[in-house]
Design a protein around this ligand. Structure first.
Ligand code: CMC
Length: 380
């Protein structure tokens, strides 16, 4: 039952639940802007550090401002010994998203004032989590492979430093740039499920660490950031290009969801998918993975033929799978990569929420019975 003042919307579709100055999405025309700048311009001209500054300050930095921001971020790259010990104590067969969620949660315990929620304090915590999360993912991956942790290198950018800590060797400029484009394109996206989760949590005046932890938990679901791993599994299941058509048609016949397609907001091609498609093609060519790109492209063509009328197109997770594979990442690190970038968006939203907070507390539409007599346990 709904009243005039409260209408039930399953999945909160169409409900405007927050105002933001960070990202704008036009789902019909396939437009995404961060603070008014198109995602295409940012992907081709910006860096992740500059994009984070843009999202958090609602304007592009001057060179001295960017230098200062970068320096501050780099000074937080390193993990304290207690944090490293907690990573080494994790089971080696833990999934990286569970490891990241657990360790980000535990970072509150290394902070002398974890519950401080002034905007200034929130910015510092955000910077610390953003700078430290790559070290956590890289250290956990090395721990499970039985390798020593590689210390961060403050002379390197966010993206270069992550690849360095993961692999223990300096990445090529092309790989760093590709990874940086992935970070830029995943940084913020309106009130997606994990961002909403972060805003809901901070609206109780909880704390930044709880908001980030909840958001990571949300992101890992296969309908959200976990879809990039689903895409890769699908690509691995299709033995060759000529098997794409029967494989996808079989899935469609069985009414299975095709991972990396569809979006609550976009009813046109996700502009991030367009950026990542170009990147994936280039990287696949450079790394001898053209089969993956060709299979992906064939899937897109079949889906366009079968589903364009329903507004189902590739989303950000579709071509990011091939991109991450070509960068040399293990399949279960794909969703953590999404998290490393989206921390920027989550934190920006937490700061926006704290700046003008009101507790999130929607209502339910009770559809159960009334006036039910209580029956004693021996009479049931
Ligand atoms: N493959 C096949 N059919 C689909 C798909 C898909 N990927 N996505 C939606 N549909 C169909 C769905 O079966 C339903 O059909 P019908 O009306 O006949 O029952 C219709 O489209 C509407 O689906 P919905 O689940 O009500 O729509 P939604 O707005 O809740 O869905 C979505 C959004 C992302 C959950 C969905 O498109 C999906 O499950 N996609 C696959 C998972 C995926 O790629 N997720 C990543 C999302 S984008 C980036 C991110 O957040 O990480």
């Amino acid at each position: 039952m709904s009243t005039a003042s409260s209408t039930f919307s399953k999945g909160l579709e169409g409900v405007v639940a927050a105002q933001t100055e960070m990202s704008f999405i036009n789902g019909t025309e396939g437009i995404l802007e961060y603070v008014g700048i198109s995602i295409g311009d940012l992907a081709s001209k910006s860096t992740f550090e500059e994009t984070v500054f843009l999202l958090w300050n609602k304007r592009l930095p001057t060179q001295p401002e960017l230098d200062a921001f970068t320096k501050e971020l780099r000074s937080d790259y390193a993990m304290c010994d207690a944090l490293k010990a907690r990573i080494r104590a994790l089971p080696k067969d833990a999934q990286p998203m569970h490891a990241l969620r657990t360790i980000v949660s535990s970072m509150a315990m290394d902070d002398p004032n974890p519950n401080e929620n002034s905007v200034e304090a929130a910015r510092h915590k955000a910077l610390r989590i953003l700078a430290g999360a790559p070290a956590v993912v890289a250290a956990f991956d090395r721990h499970r492979r039985g390798l020593d942790i590689v210390e961060p290198d403050q002379s390197l950018s966010f993206s270069a430093n992550f690849l360095w800590m993961l692999n223990g060797e300096k990445p090529t400029d092309a790989m760093v740039r590709a990874f940086d484009i992935c970070m830029i394109t995943h940084a913020d996206h309106g009130l997606n499920n994990s961002t909403f989760t972060a805003r809901v949590i901070i609206s109780t005046l909880s704390d930044m660490y709880s908001a980030m932890t909840g958001a990571i938990g949300s992101l890992r679901g296969p309908l959200h950031g976990g879809a990039n791993e689903g895409v890769m599994k699908m690509l691995n299941e299709i033995p060759s290009l000529d098997q794409v058509e029967p494989y996808i048609m079989d899935k469609i016949k069985n009414k299975d969801r095709i991972m990396g397609f569809g979006h609550r907001v976009y009813k046109a091609k996700d502009p991030r998918a367009a950026e990542l498609m170009t990147l994936a093609k280039q990287l696949a060519d450079d790394t001898g993975n053209m089969d993956l790109y060709e299979k992906s492209h064939a899937i897109e063509q079949i889906m366009e033929r079968e589903y364009a009328s329903k507004g189902i197109y590739p989303n950000v997770d579709f071509y990011s799978a091939t991109t991450y594979h070509c960068i040399g990442l293990q399949l279960d690190l794909f969703t953590p990569m999404f998290a490393l970038s989206r921390i920027a968006g989550w934190a920006g939203h937490v700061i926006e929420q704290l700046s003008d907070n009101r507790l999130y507390r929607p209502t339910t539409d009770y559809v159960g019975p009334h006036n039910v007599a209580y029956t004693a346990i021996e009479d049931r």
